[in-house]
Design a protein around this ligand. Sequence first.
Ligand code: AP5
Ligand code: MG
Ligand code: ZN
Length: 215
Amino acid sequence: MNLIMLGPPGAGKGTQAAMLAVQLGIPHVASGDLFREALKAETELGLTAKSYMDRGELVPDEVTIAMIRERLLKSDCDKGIILDGFPRTIEQTKALTELLAEQGKTIDAALFIDASEDELVRRLSSRWTCRNCQAIYNLISNPPREKGKCDVCGGELYQRADDVPETVRNRIRVYWDQTSPLIDYYRDEGLLITIESEGGIDHVQAKILEALQSA
Ligand code: AP5
Ligand code: MG
Ligand code: ZN
């Protein structure tokens, strides 16, 4: 199964994709995580991405598409993938269709997770992420068992540099300008599944699994 997670910053794409990856036994491929890993490793890709990420702007399509292309060619993607944060522009959408077609694959569904802007800002201002494995926590809705420490790997939790209010506002603006047209694109393709993300993380996961079963 090849799935796309669509939705604004803070909607819960990463949270739900990580849970789905366990449920479905296929890899979670998150463009933002790949950029953050590159940044941690201080590669050229990481340094290029940083200047855009810090401002809440999109990394250029050319760079992003090349990175995803490399990732999709790895053999663990053979059985399926959950793409989180990619595609984010019409250009990336076209590139993805071509990349998959080269391997005889197609997209099965685009899960559009939505929440109100107030809720997005609230979630992002209380998000903590593991520096080591990128597991996602929230001080209000999903706190770690031990303060500042990852439940999964024991790594240190930190607040993403792009979660400061000014950058969050710009990320939401960029989402409306450049990414929201993808909602209509996948609706027209007959692939869109819309999930409202109120009601807690487990409830949202149950709604997604139910929607996928009847898709
Ligand atoms: P990226 O890392 O993809 O960030 P984003 O899209 O802004 O999305 P977030 O990760 O902030 O939100 P999410 O939907 O994953 O929410 P989460 O599950 O964490 O991208 C970062 C940057 O990288 C971009 O700005 C850009 O510069 C660059 N980039 C990445 N991809 C790119 C691309 N394709 N092209 C160009 N540039 C690209 O949840 C948020 C919080 O809410 C958490 O604390 C969580 O615990 C909590 N939560 C989740 N669900 C619920 C719920 N149902 N109820 C209550 N709390 C919840
Ligand atoms: Mg995310
Ligand atoms: Zn961790």
